[in-house]
Design a protein around this ligand. Structure first.
Ligand SMILES: N[C@@H](CCC(=O)N[C@@H](CS)C(=O)NCC(=O)O)C(=O)O
Length: 206
């Protein structure tokens, strides 16, 4: 078994969390290298694009969160082998990366500019993504996004929904998902109740 080291900020969310969860579900040992925001300037010096997450596989550094998540999904059986189901899974990953990037564009803003940008996002693009996700979920059986079972697409949606509801994002109403796409809340609970995920969060919260 190769040695894995996943490097990312020390919080339960963001671009590394789906891969972390998949590692835990699959029982794959890895170094969960977390660092504080204050240490990011130093950490980024050792990455090719000044970005995280990174995954070291036997010491070889790899970038790009979706590539990392997909790789871990393949290792753990959480990525569909059927090409069409994999397409549905990838579509969700790609859409959420676009959604993430729209939010990231507001980081660094302050005051009224931040409020205006975030309000426009909440009412506009983010709501559009949420409605689309809900429609996708319902179109593919209502329980999971692809393959009629838990895949990395569900993990990425779970992390995204948790982020929107966390209260960490000023001017993004914490009840946005609840009001725009309530089926995603049931989905969030389904994923949270997955035994390996419930056990993992219970352990780190203890
Ligand atoms: N396409 C990259 C984007 C990674 C990314 O933007 N990561 C953020 C943290 S979540 C970052 O390091 N931002 C700093 C920067 O872009 O300068 C991926 O998916 O991994």
């Amino acid at each position: 078994m190769p040695q894995y080291k996943l490097t990312y900020f020390d919080f339960h969310g963001g671009r590394a969390e789906p891969a972390r969860l998949a590692m835990h579900i699959g029982g794959i040992a890895f170094e969960d290298h977390r660092f504080g925001f204050a240490d990011f300037p130093e950490v980024r010096k050792h990455t090719p694009f000044g970005q995280v997450p990174t995954l070291h596989v036997d010491g070889v550094l790899v970038t790009q969160s979706d590539a990392i998540t997909r790789y871990v999904g393949k290792l753990t059986g959480l990525y569909p082998t059927d090409p069409y189901q994999a397409l549905l899974c990838d579509e969700v990953l790609g859409a959420l990366e676009d959604a993430n990037n729209k939010l990231v564009a507001t980081f660094g803003m302050t005051g009224d500019a931040l409020k205006e940008a975030r309000t426009a996002l909440a009412e506009g693009a983010i709501s559009t993504y949420l409605r689309w996700l809900q429609a996708q979920l319902q179109a593919h059986g209502g329980q999971y996004f692809a393959d009629q079972r838990l895949t990395i697409a569900d993990l990425k949606v779970f992390v995204y929904v948790n982020g929107l509801r966390s209260g960490r994002l000023d001017h993004i109403p914490t009840n946005l998902v609840d009001s725009v796409a309530p089926a995603l809340l049931e989905h969030r609970q389904r994923v949270a109740d997955t035994p390996a995920i419930a056990q993992y969060y219970a352990r780190v919260a203890a």
